[in-house]
Ligand binder design. Structure first.
Ligand code: HPA
Ligand SMILES: [Zn+2]
Length: 348
């Protein structure tokens, strides 16, 4: 397969059409302003914004915390099982249109249970959408429960207890929310317990927090993947370790620019991460808030970085399958499908 023979102008179309997995999407971050207004109306909730446009105009973030404030406020319209179903279904339909064939979806139960929404309403709504997605869209999807790191470990442990009766409805746990001042070690005990339970483990680290949080997430939490992780380049020994151990990073280019992790897309380090042999992937994070779903993240970053070509497109899609939590056989089948897709592109 001579990927170098593929002309650069064909890349946007190839990026959109190629099969891929998404491994870093917060389902609450897929809640579009239109859906926020529809749910507020049907649940009798008054929003502090007069219109969809006014709400969208408020999406001018200066950092992670300024985003989280508005993201948690938006999630306040989610009340019933139906709301959680509708949110997830709308994401899955969109993902299918973008040729996402597998998605590992984060959800933040504490954002909802703290408001009195039953845990069962959250997970049953999401699970119903995931199952319908498999059946009707042919899209493989699973759920990852995230603990909010600005809350206590005791709160995370209590959330895990609430989740255990639904153990078959999620495949792993993650760690999200404000990173600064909430280091991985704060959650070592709850991650230890999740590990004993056979859950997959991931953690946000090295988005706003230092490179040290990435190594601590690996050593103290035994995280199998790192969400974001882009600040690893500040520590050359860590970069060598990530590459040698094949630790995947779920990178989110549009999110990184909106939250000022990088000043502009053309300054993003995804090209360098790949060049150093890191298993990097592209993801949307919170697409309703950051200006694009998965394909928009791909096309925008490829347009911004001249060092990304067809070889990198193939590598990123392949990494997304290799880093996914599906059985080896499934992964192999998807990679064969990807190989045929790219062989077709070379032959044209
Ligand atoms: O990018 C993120 N970082 C931390 N917490 C989050 N919750 C939703 N998106 C994010
Ligand atoms: Zn995230």
């Amino acid at each position: 397969m001579n990927l170098a023979s593929i002309p650069r102008q064909e890349l946007p179309d190839i990026l959109r059409r190629m099969p891929k997995a998404e491994l870093h999407i917060h389902i609450e971050g897929s809640l579009e302003p239109e859906l926020i207004f529809a749910m507020a109306r049907r649940n009798g909730i008054e929003l502090p914004y007069p219109s969809v446009e006014a709400l969208r105009a408020a999406y001018a973030f200066t950092d992670l915390q300024s985003f989280l404030d508005i993201y948690y406020a938006g999630a306040g319209v989610l009340i019933t099982e139906e709301d959680f179903f509708d949110m997830a279904w709308s994401y899955l339909v969109r993902a299918r249109e973008e040729n996402v064939i597998h998605s590992e979806i984060f959800f933040d139960p504490q954002t909802h249970t703290a408001r009195g929404v039953p845990f069962a309403a959250v997970i049953n709504g999401l699970d119903r959408a995931v199952r319908r997605g498999r059946e009707e869209l042919g899209l493989s999807a699973s759920l990852i429960l995230c603990f909010l790191r600005h809350l206590s470990e005791a709160d995370a442990l209590a959330t895990l207890e609430q989740a255990l009766p639904f153990r078959d409805k999620f495949i792993g746990v993650g760690l999200d929310s404000g990173e600064r001042g909430n280091p991985p070690e704060k959650f070592a005990a709850v991650f230890g317990r999740c590990r004993e339970l056979g859950l997959h483990l991931v953690a946000h680290a090295g988005e706003e927090g230092p490179a040290r949080y990435i190594s601590d997430a690996l050593d103290l939490l035994k995280a199998e993947r790192i969400d974001h992780g882009v600040r690893c380049l500040e520590d050359p020994a860590l970069v060598a370790r990530l590459a040698a151990e094949g630790v995947a990073l779920t990178v989110c280019p549009l999110s990184n620019v909106k939250l000022k992790v990088f000043p502009e897309l053309c300054r993003h380090n995804i090209g360098e991460l790949l060049a150093r042999g890191i298993v990097a992937t592209i993801n949307s994070d919170d697409p309703a808030y950051f200006g694009g779903y998965l394909n928009e993240n791909f096309t925008a970053i490829f347009e911004a970085l001249p060092e990304l070509g067809a070889g990198e497109a193939y590598r990123l899609a392949r990494n997304s399958f290799e880093a996914s939590f599906v059985p080896e056989e499934t992964r192999k089948g998807w990679i064969e499908g990807l190989d045929s897709f790219f062989a077709g592109c070379c032959a044209r």
